[in-house]
Structure formats: C-alpha cells, structure tokens
Design a protein around this ligand. Sequence first.
Ligand code: PAF
Length: 313
Amino acid sequence: MKCVLAFGPTTSTPSTDRFQPSKRVHVDLITSPDVLQTFVLDQRRHGNTVGLVPTMGALHRGHLSLIDIARRHADIVIVSTFVNPLQFENRRDFDLYPLTQSADEEMCQANGVHVLYRPTPEVMYPSGFSTTVHVAGLSDILEGASRPGHFDGVATVVTKLLTAADPDIAVFGAKDFQQVAVIRRMVSDLGFRVRIIVAPTVREDDGLAMSSRNVRLDSEARSAARGLHRGLHAACEVFATGTTDAAILRNVVIAKVSSSPLVNVDYVHIVDPYSLDIVSEAGPDDVVLIAAVVGGVRLIDNVVLGSNDAPGS
Ligand code: PAF
C-alpha cells in the first residue's frame, strides 16, 4: 500500500488531497458515478492503483475475502453494494433480497475499504435508460436458461460499475462460476482494461457456500442446504477413484442432494471451465455446477472435479 486516504465519515464529495500513512482508513460513501470518476482520476494522479469489489451488499465473510484480495492487489479499494433490479427475473426474489446498509458500512470501515459506492436505482437507471449488454451464448445456458435476462442485468450493471470506477483489478467470487465466465467474456469483448481476479468460495463449517441468500433459509432448509456441498464432494470422491463418465458423476450428486424433500434440484451439470459446454467424459479441470431451490431459496454452488479445494477436503 503506497498511501491511504483518510476521509471523514460519509460525505459525498470527498477531498482527495489528504494523504496519511495511517492504517486506519475511514470509508467514504459515494452515491454518484461522477463523484466516483473524479475520485478515481485523483487517485491515478497520485499514482495509486484501484481495486473494485462489486457486490449487492448484505456483506458476509465471503465478501471480506474478496476485499482482502483487492487490498493485496490495489492501493485503493472500492466496494459497490448496489442491489441491481435488472438481474432479478423474479420480483419476489428482489423484494426479499437482504438489505443491511449500516452493517455493510461498518464492515467496510473495519476492513480497510476506502470507498463504499452505493448509487440509487434512479441514478443507475434514470428514466429513459434503454441499453442492455448481452453476452450471447454464455448468458443463455444453465443459470441463464433458468433465469432469463439475469446475465443481461449482471453484464449491464458491471459495465456501468467498471465505467464509473475504471479499476485496475476487480474481484469476483468463484461461487458464481457462470457469472465470472460471462464477465470475463464481456471484459475481453468490450476492451475494458481491468484485470479480473477470481476468489475461492468461502464456506461455512459444514461446507455450505457463503451467500447473502443464506439468511433466508429457515433451520430445516439450512440443514438441507448442506446436501449441495455433500453432493459435490461425493462427485469429487467418485471421480478420484477413476470414474470419468459424466452421467454417473452427475447422478451421484443428484442422489446425494435429493435425499432431502426440501431440496428441489434445478440442474446438475459437468462443464468445460471455459466454454461451459456440458461434457460427457469428465476431466480434472471440468466443473460440477449445481443449482437448487432449498426451502424456497435458490442456491448455486460448484466445484472443480480434480481440485484440492473440493468441498470438505
Ligand atoms: O455477484 C453479485 O453480487 C452481483 O451479481 C454483481 C456482480 C455485484 C452484479 O450486481
């Protein structure tokens, strides 16, 4: 870290000329893309690099690992916490998405974040907004087939966030495997200069992948949700014994996960990690993707078949 900015609590027009070699960083709340752009330009003028962690708020330990990675790769860390209406194909899911703004502010403050970027929906999508970014192919399969329009919403908002923050690096979680593939394609196709860094999935002690949606699981559903991790783990174990038939591995996952009536499997597929094409013979780099609705809450998870970070390992 070359130097950090120390700002007052939550102003929207930060002064950018007060550098202090202090460890304590006061997070600054910015709500408009113009102010963010000015801030970032000033940082560049002072020779600082910028890291962006795009989130929808409701920050948890998984997000903290993304922030930690951003801090190690950039001088200045911006966390965005915009709950993006465009990526919810289901109004109820949007309405139920957890909002924890003051807790988010505290977590950013305590974890060395310099700027919390929280625009309103009106600022992001003013009346008359009519542009959509569509990454053909990758957006239309798997999660995109089950949630039509979802990845268009993601690609559109990430384009806006990258444009406003113009970061050197942006950190995304590996749990959203297909989202990362869509964003990488988009960044390459549109020529953004940002480097995308993918952070390993952070799990609860019993293996459940951390997600802002987990707070919506009641105790029975929370217990049933462990099945996703167990199913993925079982596939890795069977693969390690030499079974490469994707249909067999897939059935191993489905059998394990479906042992609870609360779990409704949407899909389980073994895919090539780059094209996301479904494979019939699995290799160690291929990825098992699962999506399931558990007690009314949609959860996704994945594992690289031959990896050491297989759940439970
Ligand atoms: O992964 C998320 O939290 C969201 O999809 C993202 C990337 C912040 C876009 O809204």
